[in-house]
Ligand binder design. Sequence first.
Ligand code: HSE
Length: 293
Amino acid sequence: MFLVSVPATSANVGAGFDCLGLALSMRGNFIFRQIDQGVSIKGCDKSYCNEDNLVYVAFKKTVESIQGSISGVEITIDCNIPLQRGLGSSAVCIVAGCVGANALLGFPLSLDDIFAICTEIEGHPDNVSPAIFGGLTLSFMSNGTPITIPYEVHPSLHFMAVVPKTTISTKEARAILPKQLSYEDAVFNIGHCAGFLRGLETGNPDLIKISCGDRLHEPYRKQLIPEYEPLHKLCQQFHALALLISGSGSTMLVISDTSHSLEQIKQKLSLTCDVTCHLLSVEQKGVIVKEVI
Ligand code: HSE
């Protein structure tokens, strides 16, 4: 029997659309136990307790990908990561299923193999990369192979995920993006992405502030999030360094160099908006697997 623990992730991280991802200190835990036959899923809403559960889909695909065989599996889920809110819940399920299968098969796969399988299932590597490797990662595809590069985040930085009640499907949030973009916007994002990475690495507040813009997705997606503008105003009032849309939303990530300013934003925001705020840190460890009795 194995416990698999996977962190939530925030993709895009400003100007790094579809490339950057950050693992956060919020985890989903999954126990995999081999049984005589069939599939038994416990611990989540009944509507997810079937073979269409993404954890099981990834589990099954992983077993098939190496032509392995497992008689049956019981999966017990303990995961409070909000669904369809841009915190990488689908990557969490996919990574858990893949790593759970690998464990029950006796660990034939490397982390790079797992990364490739999970990226294929998810369709893009930006969430699965930090969910597997932890920390801040830049990832992209090279000739069909997912590549990941780790980046540092300065320990002086504090993070707060602001999670609205509204769900947003990634499909819907991708459909509203324009099909083409200008050279000017592409250049803007290249410069801001590189600057922001250096800002996060050094903790330089001025650099983080000046390079936190994005023109590829945030201008379009913020219209789907009514809480964006009130939060933006509070971020300015209480001197946050950056406000980002986490993945395809609706969660927004606030970065500050003091936990006090995040507390103030949280308190004021609760007076006007129905959101849940989580004070988080960067999770340096990605997926964890251990044998349990
Ligand atoms: N990079 C993706 C997007 C993350 O923003 O659409 C969501 O899965």
